[in-house]
Write a protein that binds this ligand. Sequence first.
Ligand SMILES: Cc1cc2nc3c(=O)[nH]c(=O)nc-3n(C[C@H](O)[C@H](O)[C@H](O)COP(=O)(O)O)c2cc1C
Length: 359
Amino acid sequence: MTEPVNVADYFERAAAAVEPKVWCYFEGGAGDEITMRANVGAYRRWQLRPRMLVDVAGASAATTVLGAPVSMPLLVAPFAMQRLLHPDGEVATARAAAAAGTVMCVSTITSSAHDEIAEAGGSAPRWLQLYVLRDRQRTLDHIAEARECGYSAIALTVDVPVLGRRERDLRLGFDIPPNLPLPYVKGKDPNVPMTFAEQFQMSPSVTWRDLEWIASESGMPVILKGILTREDAALAVEHGADAIIVSNHGGRQLDGVAASLDALPEVVEAVGGACEVYVDGGIRRGTDVLKALALGARAALTARAIASGLAVGGEAGVLDVLTMLRDEIELGLALLGCTSTDEVTRSHIEATVPYDPVA
Ligand SMILES: Cc1cc2nc3c(=O)[nH]c(=O)nc-3n(C[C@H](O)[C@H](O)[C@H](O)COP(=O)(O)O)c2cc1C
């Protein structure tokens, strides 16, 4: 096999490298996976409108998120249990994200502890993806530990009041190996067997009021991850969210909701510049990121592209995926006639006109 040249090559290799019973958890979505497929498909329904005869020497993908400089408008989305894909798990991802110059958002369901991740990631910015557990004291302890380890923001995931039903996992019998460390969610006694849902003692009762609680307890900016409507975008601004991630959890929660790219414009409009808006779900190419920027996102995040890099090559695999995507973003920017991400605007994109052979 030749070396991978794009993210699709990594997906193909990851599917071959990881046991099907494990890969199904990383690859799959909820229900009929309509939303999961729509996330990828939505990017094909938009086309770029490049401008010519622009001096694009030195075009750079560098930007900032919440004031932190990053080498590109693409961040590492939180995803659980990375040690199932590679023995170094989150530590490998943290090293690669730092080397690539971007933010890693670390899941509450991390299989590595925050101090090891912080050591691996050094001075690169890291965000904590937060699930509020039924045991609120445990959540407060978790926030405190992340703060001590130098995390700079909390991404509160709001689309998992209960866990989505992922049928691939049920069909293949995916189960969390009892010896996998999950320091921030596992029941206190690791020898007590638990079902998949019980492992994650997430609270189904988190509401808008908790946003202020988390902001004051953490003293960190709070990002809301999983907003899909203008109504919730307006509430997010009203409750002081510092940023929003438009996301449907990679199609793993409520099947049948909009592709995240399709939900992006209404959220951007409702926010009206009051906070930064990011998007995740279905990013496989640098040009996908450019389309998200043109529709108003400040940055995008990706999980499954990173998972495939991790599965295939650990730290080197993740770094290669991130480098490929950054190169694609920079190439795309220059070909679009832009020298920086700030120059990408709504005029650089239009909806694809369906082909009508009769017209
Ligand atoms: C295997 C897997 C585990 C995930 N775990 C989490 C998680 O623990 N917390 C969270 O907020 N999102 C989680 N997500 C959702 C991602 O952060 C992200 O929203 C989504 O996967 C983006 O779509 P993409 O995978 O197509 O890039 C997970 C996604 C996958 C694929």
